[in-house]
Write a protein that binds this ligand. Structure first.
Ligand SMILES: [Zn+2]
Length: 295
């Protein structure tokens, strides 16, 4: 920490206090409750009747944990270890079968190659626009510094305008994206990870469990306590592909061409973006599913 040059707006004590509160809060600015190992699905899993995230509580006498809906009228609660076991089963439905792994890896690599090609084109356009702006800057510099036919005011005004344009163009640059040389590795890891989702989840600590859940089901899952059924609206691309593969019949599997075409179609209509791999498992976070726009 370094003292600034200008007059302090708040005392060091207040600054530190606020800073500590901010550090303890999550990205929504709400203080984050401590994770509890017995109820990893808390908040992430929600009530289908009222939409609220389930909370949890413990019956200390028996040391038993429960999930519950806090909404008046829902009156829902259920033994947490039972629900966790059911979630594990739910996860295993999305696991990719070993025999499809290489097919899926090939397909993903094919499609990322296409994406990289498109990025290259976009980058070329960005470079051209950047050069155009630089030329404009050269012209005003020539007029102001060399020929002396432009006022300082005009020069500065134009320079600011072009600088802004440059920043905007730089924002369109895709260099960071296409420069990923370990894409093969990421895809292989992601597919491998998706072949053992249940194991990965059950063997992780609660923080990692939360990361995995969020990655696989970005909108969370709903759980009907009465019917003991999970439901989700949005799944990670890999999971949707796995589900699709799981739907193939023995016949389809024998007809590799048919299966590949369907898979290729699914991947082809999807956009990927590279995200930072999550630290604990370095898993499928390398690929993030970007859903197509609604219209
Ligand atoms: Zn409810």
């Amino acid at each position: 920490m370094i003292d600034g040059q200008h007059e302090k707006l708040v005392s060091k004590e207040v600054f530190l206090k606020v800073n500590n509160i901010r550090a303890a809060a999550n990205k929504y600015g709400v203080a984050h409750q401590k994770e509890i190992a017995q109820i990893p699905l808390k908040v992430f899993m929600h009530c289908p009747h009222c939409g609220e995230g389930y909370t949890g509580y413990v019956v200390k006498a028996k040391n038993l944990w429960y999930y519950k809906c806090r909404t008046k009228g829902c009156c829902a609660n259920k033994n947490a270890s039972k629900v966790n076991a059911q979630f594990l089963e739910f996860l295993s439905q999305y696991e990719i079968k070993e025999e499809y792994m290489s097919l899926l890896i090939d397909e993903l690599l094919d499609s990322t190659e296409k994406i990289n090609e498109a990025n290259k084109q976009q980058q070329q356009e960005v470079n051209k626009s950047m050069l155009d702006v630089q030329k404009k800057i050269d012209v005003i510099e020539e007029k102001f510094f060399v020929e002396g036919v432009m006022s300082q005011e005009t020069y500065e005004k134009l320079l600011a305008k072009y600088a802004k344009e440059k920043t905007e163009i730089a924002g369109l640059s895709r260099e960071n994206f296409s420069g990923s040389s370990n894409l093969d590795e990421i895809i292989t890891e992601a597919v491998t990870f998706s072949s053992k989702l249940a194991l990965a989840w059950s063997s992780s600590d609660v923080k990692q469990k939360e990361q995995i859940q969020k990655l696989l089901f970005p909108d969370g899952v709903s759980y009907d306590m009465k019917n003991e059924a999970f439901r989700t609206t949005k799944v990670n691309l890999l999971l949707s592909l796995n589900a699709e593969l799981a739907g193939f019949s023995e016949d389809d599997i024998n007809k590799q061409g048919g299966m590949k075409a369907t898979l290729s179609n699914s991947v082809g209509t999807t956009r990927f973006e590279l995200a930072t791999p999550c630290t604990p498992c370095k898993c499928a976070t390398g690929l993030r599913y970007v859903p197509k726009p609604e219209n």
